[in-house]
Design a protein around this ligand. Structure first.
Ligand code: GTQ
Length: 350
């Protein structure tokens, strides 16, 4: 509260607060300036995780607990400003998941939406409602909410991917549901790649109304590296980089043209060697993976030296600049779509 208060007034107010507290009543004027702030305030801080560091602990976990025992063998990347919350931003969760050769992470489904960004290995799969997405490095795989999914690794090598989920968003809404399938794996329903062949080509089924075969809400669940990288390279050949985001492409849901999932937006960027972005701040909170190249990121005044497979978090409203030494390729996901739907998204360009 601003303004001058007399000692007498101060004492009487204190007594009022004490009398109110047992009835769970509080004076707004003591907290208003912290509740309604002129600009976004976040407890999340900028941070970086080196892939080799996380991998080291993940492989140790691999010696100690099976994927089946763990249900999901994942090491959570927790924002230092959100200790104990299993969150990388107040709306997003991230972790690195390991599936060793021959293992299965058993089938379940939940109201949280998930994406996987492959960091290491090839030939493991996530099956969605019984259709496998066979993974290669830097592929994006989705598990839209309430779809059955199990992970398996028939390849001879460990498979590691970054999980990105909306766990904190769903928690904020108290809308969590989850269930386990009785068997570890969902019986195969479609040959791998069927959905991508149908929905990955800017085509959408046309059917007579009432036939019961509605287009699924999020039909696509596999966006291969080879394809998104080729699109980025094509863009870089024909355009100048955008001053704030470089060459950037957003993954989209082919059924709606909107974000890949209702609560998570995903994108890739290419910053040509020597390019430096202007500062940008936005209300979205975002997680980035360095796919290739080197450079630097300045996030909220802190500088991070970038190398391949680093994971970085850009909290809300932290002015951010990127600099590419060699061609710098980034994958990112954020809560932008949630903010857009709620008419809260804003950005400020420097
Ligand atoms: O693979 O289904 O990192 O349910 C956290 C929760 C992964 C998964 C996570 C999950 C999963």
């Amino acid at each position: 509260m601003t303004g001058f208060r007399t000692n007498d007034q101060q004492g009487q107010l204190r007594r009022l607060y004490e009398d109110m507290r047992p009835q769970h009543l509080y004076p707004l004027w003591e907290v208003l300036s912290g509740l309604v702030t002129p600009e976004p305030v976040t407890r999340a801080v900028p941070a970086q995780w080196r892939y080799a560091d996380v991998r080291h602990h993940l492989m140790r976990a691999g010696d100690l607990i099976s994927a089946e025992q763990a249900e999901r063998r994942v090491i959570i990347l927790e924002n230092p400003g959100l200790a104990g919350e299993s969150a990388i931003t107040p709306r997003l969760y991230a972790g690195l998941q390991l599936v060793l050769p021959g293992e299965v992470a058993p089938c379940h489904r939940h109201s949280q939406s998930a994406l996987r960004f492959v960091m290491e290995g090839a030939g493991a799969f996530t099956a969605i409602d019984g259709e496998k997405a066979v993974m290669s490095r830097y592929d994006l795989i989705l598990t839209p909410n309430w779809r059955w999914h199990d992970h398996g690794n028939p390849s001879p090598d460990p498979m590691i991917w970054l999980d990105g989920l909306d766990i904190p968003t769903v928690r904020a809404l108290d809308a969590q549901f989850a269930e386990k399938l009785a068997s570890a794996q969902y019986a195969e329903t479609l040959p791998p790649g069927t959905t991508r062949r149908l929905y990955g080509r800017s085509l959408r089924p046309l059917r007579s109304p009432g036939t019961g075969d509605a287009v699924p809400r999020e039909p696509m669940f596999h966006y291969p590296y080879a394809e998104w990288r080729d699109a980025l390279d094509a863009m870089a050949r024909i355009e100048k980089p955008d001053p704030h985001v470089g060459h950037a492409l957003e993954f989209r849901n082919p059924a709606t043209g909107g974000s890949v999932m209702p609560t998570i937006s995903a994108q890739v960027r290419l910053l040509p060697a020597g390019f430096e972005t202007c500062a940008r701040q936005s209300t979205e909170s975002a997680v980035f993976v360095v796919v290739s190249g080197t450079g630097e990121a300045e996030i909220g005044g802190e500088t991070f030296v970038l190398s391949e497979r680093d994971v970085l978090v850009v909290p809300t409203w932290k002015p951010t600049r990127w600099r590419a030494d060699g061609d710098l390729v980034l994958f990112g996901f954020s809560d932008r779509v949630v903010q857009e739907k709620l008419c809260l998204y804003r950005e400020c360009l420097g």
